[in-house]
Design a protein around this ligand. Structure first.
Ligand code: UFG
Length: 336
């Protein structure tokens, strides 16, 4: 099986490539490096020892997609290419609709021309924005709170419609909770440009002295310590979830939706203290106001992924923090 990984130089894409190679898949990858670095591809070659084919290309470029499909017999696609910053999506909605939806439609059209019928879609727990109660289950009511969330909901709808129209098409919609951690080699990890939006990369930069302190967004949430609770999942577990989903798709046409999380929630302060244990130093923090759009608690019911894919997260918060710490220590200024 040869799998095209779009967004292959990104955080989740790069880890998934390694897991695909370990599981014996052939990989072809593409990325436009809009939010990632070419050095990631060299590191993937070094860690895996496999020189898979890589194309610098944009999903908006149908000719480039055609070239990839002409030069490689692609059996399935995992589409990680997309923009993912909630705040930016509110300011630049069209960027999100173009990148995340036009790009995906181009890709699906190309796949149809080349009779490629397996697709794995990166959705997000953000689709549970309808205000339900965790643990979130796949059949819970859905809603979007911002353009980024809307692109995920619409992407899911597009895939359900495409698979309804073609009985041989199969799709896995994977709703990620909060991926953190890094590859145990310390060579790959989350390396956002600018000031990080997300908790773990922010804590990691405070730990290495690149930022002075963490601002905790509110300690008056209705949780035991007053800080927000999320379902953090090790990125290597998440990557393995994609491999498990692909194996399922090969035998089950149709469209399946599954949460990828651990089923456990941790508060901001729990994560902070776990990171302090991992790095052996104190992380300064201040409590600030709540961040607009945040909610108190989010965690997954992971029953479906376990039952259908035989997949379950294995790694805990300690490993997530230890691996993030190793990555930032080895790459204090990011991947160069
Ligand atoms: N937090 C802080 N300080 C920070 C950053 C985050 O206290 O500097 C808190 C947040 O308030 C929240 C928790 O840490 O309680 C996690 O925040 P993240 O920004 O790391 O993650 P979110 O849960 O807000 O967002 C993630 C993804 C989004 C996705 C969303 C819902 O980044 O893409 O989950 O699924 F939309």
């Amino acid at each position: 099986m040869r799998i095209l990984v779009t967004g292959g130089a990104g955080y989740i894409g790069s880890h998934t490539i390694l897991e695909l190679l370990s599981a014996g898949y052939d990989v072809v990858a593409m990325d436009n490096f809009s939010n990632s670095k070419p050095a990631v591809i060299d590191r993937l070659y070094a860690v895996s020892g496999v020189r898979f084919r890589f194309y610098e290309a944009d999903l908006g470029d149908s000719l480039a997609l055609d070239k990839i499909f002409i030069e490689n017999k692609i059996d399935g696609v995992i589409n990680f290419a997309g923009a993912k910053a909630v705040g930016e999506s509110v300011e630049k909605p069209l960027k999100y609709y173009r990148n995340n939806l036009s790009g995906m439609i181009n890709l699906l059209e190309t796949m149809a021309r080349f009779e490629c019928r397996q697709f794995v879609f990166s959705s997000s727990a953000t689709v549970y924005g309808a205000g339900g109660t965790p643990p979130f289950r796949e059949e819970d009511p859905l809603g979007a709170l911002n353009p980024y969330g809307s692109t995920k909901l619409m992407g899911e709808t597009i895939l359900r419609d495409v698979s309804a129209a073609d009985p041989e098409f199969s799709a896995a919609i994977l709703r990620y909770f909060n991926p953190i951690g890094a590859h145990p080699s310390g060579m790959l990890g989350e390396d956002p440009a600018g000031i990080p939006n997300n908790l773990l990369p922010y804590i990691a930069r405070v730990a290495v002295g690149r930022l002075p302190y963490l601002t905790v967004f509110g300690d008056d949430w209705p949780t035991p310590d007053g800080t927000g609770i999320r379902d953090y999942i090790h990125v290597v577990d998440l990557a393995r979830g994609h491999v498990a989903a692909l194996a399922y798709l090969a035998a089950h046409p149709g469209c399946v939706t599954a949460n990828l999380g651990t089923g456990r929630g941790h508060s901001v302060l729990e994560v902070l203290h776990a990171f302090e244990r991992a790095c052996g130093r104190q992380i300064p923090y201040e409590v600030g106001p709540r961040r607009p759009g945040d909610n108190a608690v989010s965690y997954a019911d992971c029953t479906r992924a376990r039952e259908l894919f035989g997949w379950q997260a294995q790694l805990g918060l300690e490993e997530m923090c230890a691996d993030s710490w190793r990555f930032i220590q080895q790459n204090p200024d990011g991947i160069q």
